[in-house]
Design a protein around this ligand. Structure first.
Ligand code: ATP
Ligand code: MG
Length: 338
């Protein structure tokens, strides 16, 4: 049995959580995998109630679980997810963007994954004021660059598609920080002679994601650029409602949608739960690899096939051109899986 901790979040978070919990309940013990889900508080609601965006009990329970699912958190997101990534050393943020049939996408052959460094860059919170000027410090280390580069090359090998890594940076302007990142990726590339390697400036990458998205395989980049480019990449293949992410460390992993709390559509039962369902799918893939448990990869495959199968049949939420509610979409996913 796997112990899964689940942060229910803010905005559309509770609706997405309900969807995923219903799916996990429905498949529990039916396809050879048993999960025990513990619901946890973190985010704006937790801050209001307990004075802490990331309460101690939440952190303790996460640490004792086998994996964590996290729905989006509102204003206090940085105090939850950025802290969790660093405390648990979840250094690789994996954000796939793949085109599927009957989904609005710029190019049907798009199939890429963004591997975003998750622990440093401008996200370390080193900001201060000097008179009427505010300063942010950007840190890039060789160690973090090397391990994310390795992760990207291994991902390209395992995907076994175009076998190409594109290193995205702005080393012509940030010569020290991005210079180190680009140089380190280049050095690591020598260890993977079967994988092609290219450099691209982040502005060119933003353009090429629209112009020729099918040319990408694995993008490796620093924290902030990865955040921005993955929102863009999600839009290339159907939008944020379909975009899952994994935060992976050596011993633990946390799975969450790419998007935020989307307060504009919260409580209306119109949010697309696919982003969170596909995050759970990534969790089962990770559990499968970690525990050498094939039934987990079977479940992952079933979840993915179910989501894209119903979308292909035109059962869609509003964001991707349909009229199904969050609940109706979820029921359809469940009936495809079991
Ligand atoms: P954050 O700062 O936390 O990233 P944000 O203001 O950028 O939040 P997001 O929550 O990331 O907003 O989403 C941007 C918009 O995309 C939302 O306002 C919403 O309309 C749409 N959106 C995001 N997620 C979904 C979803 N699961 N289903 C439908 N629409 C969504
Ligand atoms: Mg956003």
């Amino acid at each position: 049995m796997y112990k899964i901790s689940l942060i229910t979040g803010d905005g559309i978070g509770p609706e997405l959580s309900e969807s995923v919990i219903n799916i996990l309940d429905a498949i529990n013990d039916k396809i050879g995998v048993k999960v025990q889900v513990t619901k946890l508080e973190a985010g704006d609601a937790a801050l209001k109630k307990t004075g802490k965006a990331l309460p101690d009990e939440t952190l303790d329970t996460i640490k004792k679980s086998d994996a964590c699912l996290k729905a989006p958190v509102g204003e206090s997101a940085a105090d939850v997810i950025v802290v969790l990534r660093r405390l648990l050393d979840l250094y690789a943020n994996i954000r796939p963007a793949k085109a599927y049939p009957n989904m609005p996408s710029l190019n049907q052959n798009t199939d890429m994954v963004i591997v975003r460094e998750n622990t440093e860059d401008l996200y370390t919170g080193m900001e201060f004021d000097m008179g009427d000027t505010s300063i942010a410090l950007r840190s890039i280390s060789k160690r973090a660059s090397e391990r994310i580069a390795n992760y990207a090359f291994i991902t390209a090998e395992q995907r076994n598609k175009k076998k190409k890594v594109t290193c995205v940076h702005k080393s012509n302007v940030m010569r020290k920080t991005d210079g180190l990142f680009a140089r380190t990726c280049e050095q690591v590339s020598k260890r993977y002679p079967n994988v092609a390697f290219e450099n691209m400036y982040v502005d060119a990458c933003a353009m090429n994601l629209i112009r020729q998205p099918e040319a990408f395989d694995v993008i490796v980049t620093t924290n902030l650029f990865g955040d921005i480019l993955s929102d863009e990449a999600s839009q290339v293949v159907g939008g944020l409602g379909m975009a899952p992410a994994a935060n992976i460390g050596d011993n633990f992993a946390l799975f969450e949608p790419v998007h935020g709390a989307a307060f504009d559509i919260a409580g209306k039962q119109i949010a697309n739960p696919s982003s969170f369902i596909l995050s759970a799918k990534m969790m089962f893939e990770w559990l499968s690899t970690k525990n050498n448990d094939k039934s987990c990869s079977d479940i992952a495959k079933k979840m993915e096939d179910a989501v894209y199968g119903i979308v292909k049949d035109g059962i869609k939420t509003k964001d991707i051109g349909g009229n199904k509610s969050t609940k109706e979409f979820t029921q359809n996913v469940i009936s495809r899986i079991i």
